[in-house]
Design a protein around this ligand. Structure first.
Ligand SMILES: *[C@@H]1O[C@H](CO)[C@@H](O)[C@H](O)[C@H]1NC(C)=O
Length: 363
């Protein structure tokens, strides 16, 4: 990209603009429990992701333990388990190593500072004290959560001796929460919270624009992209989560692309997946396994539709082990069934033309 910029005036003088000047898209994936991976599991994951052209891995900070999606992880606790401001930094320390390791494979992290799931399952102090309702409106909860954002951004990584807020070589973007207020019971409160927390992240970045500020998506396309997000100055990236196949349609995505471009925002398909079974794709729980060839076709076709809208996509999820086929079964294991199709779809996605130029924020 940088080379093309220098070549541009000369080429324009000959009266044409080669297609190679257009911004390339990128592909990415999710592994919410990456902080629990051993070195061997990380090597398997990152070698596989690199072979699929993946440039960004999205991770969460919630505690996790035991066998998770077939991965025997090193347990790690919640960052704030019992009391706000009483930190267990294990997850941050583990991710220090993960992000330094990922860098060697040309991969950065997108970090989600909390998840709605932890509220819903009462997995930490926010879930226990406030739950899914008060969390977004209680003044104390809002204050504690801002302090959490500050704590995460000022955490120093011993691999580069810099706080995460200055570690743009490792971190692609930061979001406040995965699928904030999933049910959107109070949209105005959600909109206010989302922009308020984006501003807190922006304050923590101290004027640097080398790490992007994102939302953590919604439950489907339309409710991932609430009106006010397009007008929130602190937000750079608006994240879509979509599992219903209608939401993968290029024609449904393109109006949002135009709107984002007009508003100076960038879009990512931060979560999408193809169900392992014949259950409805947005309710992939139960059902009969699809034959592998049918799912291969789904993966390639849907990835291509998202790419045709110019939106980079993050698969939910690529595993460093065979998928155990538990409920909510979108995962694909590296070298397991459907891997070749997903890898090819991912490489193809990274070679398509993007509606947004993410080049500055990728390795
Ligand atoms: C929504 O949240 C706001 C605070 O942001 C509050 O004033 C309002 O009463 C809430 N609405 C409902 C229906 O709970």
């Amino acid at each position: 990209m940088k080379l093309s910029t220098f070549l541009a005036p000369a080429l324009l003088a000959f009266g044409f603009v080669p297609a190679t000047l257009a911004a390339k898209s990128f592909s990415a994936s999710n592994l919410y429990y990456a902080a629990g991976l051993t070195e061997d599991q990380q090597a398997t994951l990152f070698e596989g992701l690199q072979s699929a052209g993946v440039k960004v891995l999205r991770v969460w900070l919630d505690g996790q333990s035991g066998n998770t999606k077939g991965t025997e992880i090193n347990d790690f606790g919640a960052l704030e388990a019992e009391t706000p401001g009483v930190w267990d930094d294990t997850v941050l320390n583990r991710l220090d190593d993960v992000m330094a390791n990922a860098h060697g494979y040309g991969i950065k992290l997108l970090i989600s500072i909390h998840s709605y799931n932890a509220l819903d399952t009462k997995a930490d102090v926010y879930g226990n004290w406030y739950g899914t309702g008060d969390f977004y409106t209680n003044t104390d909860a809002i204050g504690y959560f801002k302090r959490r954002i500050d704590h995460v951004l000022s955490h120093v990584n011993p691999h580069n001796n810099k706080p995460w807020s200055e570690s743009s070589e490792y971190i692609f973007a930061i979001e406040a929460q995965n699928e904030a207020m999933h049910g959107q019971e109070n949209v105005s409160a959600l909109e206010a919270w989302q922009c308020n927390m984006a501003e807190e992240i922006k304050n923590g970045l101290k004027g640097s624009t080398d790490i992007l500020i994102s939302t953590g998506g919604g439950a489907w396309l339309d409710n991932s992209l609430l009106d006010s997000y397009f007008n929130c100055d602190a937000l750079d990236v608006l994240a879509i989560h979509a599992y219903g196949i209608g939401d993968f349609e290029t024609s449904k995505l393109k109006p949002y692309v135009k709107r984002a471009q007009d508003a100076g925002k960038m879009l990512i398909m931060q979560e999408w997946g193809a169900c392992y079974t014949d259950a409805s794709n947005n309710d992939c729980n139960g059902g009969t396994p699809l034959d592998a060839g049918t799912r291969d076709i789904n993966i390639k076709a849907w990835a291509a539709k998202i790419s045709a809208a110019g939106i980079p996509s993050f698969y939910w999820q690529i595993l460093p082990n065979p998928d155990p086929h538990h409920g909510w079964d979108y995962e694909v294991g590296i070298n397991d069934v459907n891997w070749d199709a997903l890898r090819e779809a991912s490489v193809a996605a990274g070679n398509t033309e993007a509606a947004f130029d993410f080049g500055h924020w990728l390795l």
